[in-house]
Write a protein that binds this ligand. Structure first.
Ligand SMILES: Cc1ncc(COP(=O)(O)O)c(C=O)c1O
Length: 435
């Protein structure tokens, strides 16, 4: 069973939810879930040796999917965004050579200078952006990059607006940096674009930043240039920072990715979080980069020095070769994901009581509307697991506006996807009722 963020709030009687004006999910709404969770975990968590701030559950739905995937021998796991493909051999071999040649030590605190140079070159060649070396920081993953950025910019109780549905760790990352996460809902009927008046309504004198993610996890949506331009106007009007989580840029199916930071005047107020995890199928290498004004990078470096010193040296070499040989190493992989996404989206739209935006716009995820089943996200994901042995994630794990959806990750091959949808389409909730 999943226990999503709001339900955790409710279970522990948290008075103030992180979403202003939103009704608290009542504990009674999910008694079985809360009960089973409390029985198994809470007692263990409330140990005197554990800091009390961690007596509340902070786990995410994703963290529990591993256990669920093992519930059935024939389970097809569409829950996690970890690509099934291995990192390109060229990247592995070149970095292996570098390891043997001695790239096994701490690197410069801001990252391997050769990689930083390559990052600047990449932005020039791909996006015509002039990034200078002092604006680049190499970090041990996109996740850490986001945390470092938030830690660098937030004073206590500063508010950070999150484009929702969002990558599940965001709210907690904001809280770890002592900020307050504020959910900005987006909706399928608006193609998951950010509605500017809704955004403006959430801005207070404590608002410090807006987090955007395009192509998006979990919706697969891409922000249009028009939406980005309007966000830029708001950022300027209210003097906000924008944190652009640009980690799925290679998976932009409709048109080439356009960085928010490349819009006029936005480089000065944007922190780009980049990662090699998805764009180069390198999740296990734990390497990413941040691009931001140099005075922010300086603080990020200071924080990082006190956390991990540097990103892994060998992973930085791998990242260097991934960027340098991107034309060679990315093409086949992106084509494969594109085919899977289009195939899966077609299958979904052929099954009654579920649908998804077609054609897919980006990322490696499909956010599937299951409202016609009459079930909640958790109930639908549960039924799909129990009856079809296919593991998906309930949409409300990604924020309240994800209710009514399940997320499917196309991180398995087409044959396996076919098997998954062959099973799902046989389920009673996904069959038309004869009148
Ligand atoms: C939107 C988004 N941001 C960041 C990350 C984390 O990436 P990394 O592996 O670089 O930590 C993910 C991973 O799924 C993600 O979906």
């Amino acid at each position: 069973m999943w226990l999503v963020y709001d339900e955790v709030n409710a279970a522990y009687g948290r008075i103030k939810p992180y979403i202003p004006d939103a009704p608290l999910v009542q504990a009674e709404a999910c008694p079985a879930m809360i009960k089973s969770y409390e029985d198994k975990e809470t007692v263990r968590m409330k140990h005197r040796f554990i800091a009390k701030r961690y007596w509340k559950d902070k786990s995410t739905a994703m963290g529990q999917s591993d256990v669920l995937a093992r519930s059935f021998d024939d389970c097809i796991d569409l829950s996690l965004g970890d690509p099934d493909l291995t990192t390109h051999q060229l990247v592995i071999e070149k970095s292996y050579e570098d390891a043997k040649a001695g790239h096994t030590k701490y690197t410069d605190f801001r990252g391997d200078p050769e990689l930083r140079k390559e990052v600047c070159r990449f932005y020039k060649e791909e996006y015509h952006m002039d990034i200078v070396d002092s604006e680049v920081f190499i970090c041990a993953s996109g996740c850490l990059g986001m945390y470092l950025a938030l830690e660098a910019i937030l004073d206590d109780a500063d508010e950070v607006i999150l484009q929702a549905p969002f990558f599940t760790p965001y709210p907690q990352q904001v809280e770890l940096a002592r900020g307050i996460p504020i959910e900005l809902p987006t909706y399928e009927e608006e193609n998951f674009q950010i509605d500017i008046s809704r955004l403006e309504e959430l801005i207070t004198e404590r608002t410090k930043a807006l987090v955007i993610n395009s192509p998006s996890n979990p919706t697969g949506n891409c922000l249009t240039v028009d939406t980005m331009k309007r966000i830029a106007e708001i950022a300027e009007k209210y003097d906000l920072l924008v944190i652009a989580d640009d980690i799925y840029t290679a998976f932009s199916y409709e048109h080439d990715f356009i960085p928010f930071a490349s819009l006029p005047g936005m480089k000065e107020r944007t922190i780009i979080i980049n990662s090699f995890s998805k764009n180069f199928t390198m999740t296990g290498w734990r390497v990413g980069n941040i691009i931001a004004p140099d005075y922010i990078i300086k603080i990020i470096q200071q924080i990082n020095e006190n956390v991990v010193f540097t990103a892994p040296s060998i992973s930085q070499r791998a990242a260097l070769y991934a960027l340098r040989y991107r034309k060679e190493v990315q093409l086949e992989m992106v084509r494969e994901y594109r085919e899977r996404m289009f195939y899966a989206a077609k299958r979904i739209n052929d099954i009654p009581n579920m649908h998804v935006i077609y054609p897919p716009k980006g990322s490696i995820y499909l956010f599937v509307n299951i409202q016609a089943t009459g079930l909640s996200s958790v109930e639908a994901a549960d039924a799909i697991l129990k009856e079809a042995h296919v593991l998906t994630l309930p949409g409300n794990a990604f924020g309240r506006c994800g209710e009514g959806f399940v997320r499917m990750a196309c991180t398995v091959g087409k044959e396996i996807l076919k098997d998954a949808f062959d099973r799902i389409e046989k389920m009673k909730i996904f069959r038309l009722v004869e009148k």
